[in-house]
Design a protein around this ligand. Structure first.
Ligand SMILES: *Cc1c(COP(=O)(O)O)cnc(C)c1O
Length: 367
């Protein structure tokens, strides 16, 4: 049996005629940049998400950058984020001219709110929590600390479309929520795409302007901006896929439930912990094991693709060597990086495939 880590082609086949038509229509109407497909997607995403404002852009990295710049982050500022994420989260802080400050993770792989206040200095201006793997961060605590210290909050929702905490969608709690629609994300385009949600009308307008060369109307540049546009083909594809997101999320949650059930009582494997009062949308299903490399090889030899998200925590990347982080500075992130393994999860994976992954895994752990 061959089990891919994700199977985007299987998903395409389930919606082929609608996707093919959306692509053909966009080409026929030559709405390559801007126009109806982009406006439609922005409107339907905001509606589906119950977010007052949604601004599309070129990718999920730009989304964070645009939000940071427009909440006023710049040179001399510090921005706090998690030690465990994809590098987009921290590189945009530097890009905006500010300094990234990392905080270790808790048992949910999230920025540990109990360590947050010790990282705050007079230069701190914002916090970027990441709803990593699809599970919401402890936003109520983050928001109360942010309020107390007058800090802005940008939620990195690249892995957590439609996840909820205490009945509220991630990305509508902080000042802005940023999304990636990279193909493999829970809602994925067929190329790069991204966007920012916010409840703040002025911020929405600024972000829209900034992402479009500083102009809301052609040739009326209020400021210098950047070129970060969602293209028409991606928008048309995303609008088709948006209709299926809730079914796909449910399917991911069912798969995760099956993994939990089948892996729960095996010594040597820790299954993901779940925060109470949240809906986890399971972008990734991440377990911990002692001998990760050998297990990964064993699974590969049996046709099972796995991933590691991520093999090096951000503070230990060569890119951040200048910060001089020691293992004891981020003990949890440091320990996790050698133990985490992401198992195949996607809405179309079958029970039979999940059972095969688990039985192959069990054979290894028990041998
Ligand atoms: C994917 C991802 C991003 C960046 O999104 P792109 O669309 O690839 O630029 C940012 N943060 C996290 C946590 C991600 O997983």
């Amino acid at each position: 049996m061959h089990i891919p880590f994700v199977d985007l082609h299987a998903q395409y086949l389930t919606i082929k005629s609608a996707i093919d038509k959306a692509i053909a229509d966009t080409i026929k109407n030559t709405s390559f940049i801007g126009g109806a497909p982009v406006e439609n997607f922005e409107r339907s995403y905001a509606e589906a998400y119950e977010a007052p404002y949604f601004v599309s852009c070129a990718n999920g990295t730009d989304a964070i950058y645009i939000a940071l710049k427009m909440i006023g982050i710049g040179p001399g500022d510090e921005v706090i984020t998690t030690a465990h994420s994809w590098i987009s989260t921290s590189e945009v802080i530097t890009q905006a001219g500010a300094k990234p400050v990392f905080v270790d993770v808790d048992e949910f792989y999230h920025l540990d709110v109990t360590r947050l206040e010790t990282a705050i200095t007079p230069a701190t201006k914002a916090i970027i929590p990441v709803h990593l793997f699809g599970q919401p961060v402890d936003m109520p605590t983050i928001m109360s600390i942010a309020e107390k210290h007058g800090l802005k909050v940008i939620e990195d929702c690249a892995q957590a479309h439609f996840a909820e905490i205490a009945g509220r969608r991630v990305g509508t709690i902080g000042d802005a929520g940023t999304f990636s629609f990279y193909p493999g994300k829970n809602l994925g385009a067929y190329g790069d795409a991204g966007g920012v949600s916010t409840c703040d009308k002025d911020l929405a307008e600024l972000m829209r302007m900034y992402a479009r060369h500083g102009a809301l109307r052609k040739h009326e540049h209020q400021m210098e901006g950047i070129n970060s546009r969602l293209d028409g083909l991606q928008a048309a594809i995303l609008s088709v896929k948006l209709d299926h997101i809730h079914d796909w999320t449910k399917a991911r949650q069912t798969v995760a439930g099956l993994y939990d059930e089948l892996l729960g009582d095996i010594d040597g494997i820790s299954i993901p912990r779940r925060r109470s009062d949240t809906s986890h949308v399971f972008h990734l299903y991440v377990v911990q094991v002692d001998d990760r490399e050998q297990l990964q090889r064993h699974l590969r030899e049996h046709g099972i693709q796995t991933g590691i998200h991520y093999p090096t925590a951000l503070p230990y990347m060569p890119a951040y060597r200048y910060l001089g982080s020691r293992p004891e500075d981020f003990p949890n992130a440091c320990r996790n990086q050698d133990r985490i393994l992401s198992l195949p999860i996607f809405p179309e994976i079958t029970n039979e495939q999940v059972e095969y992954v688990v039985s192959t895994l069990k054979r290894y752990v028990r041998s």
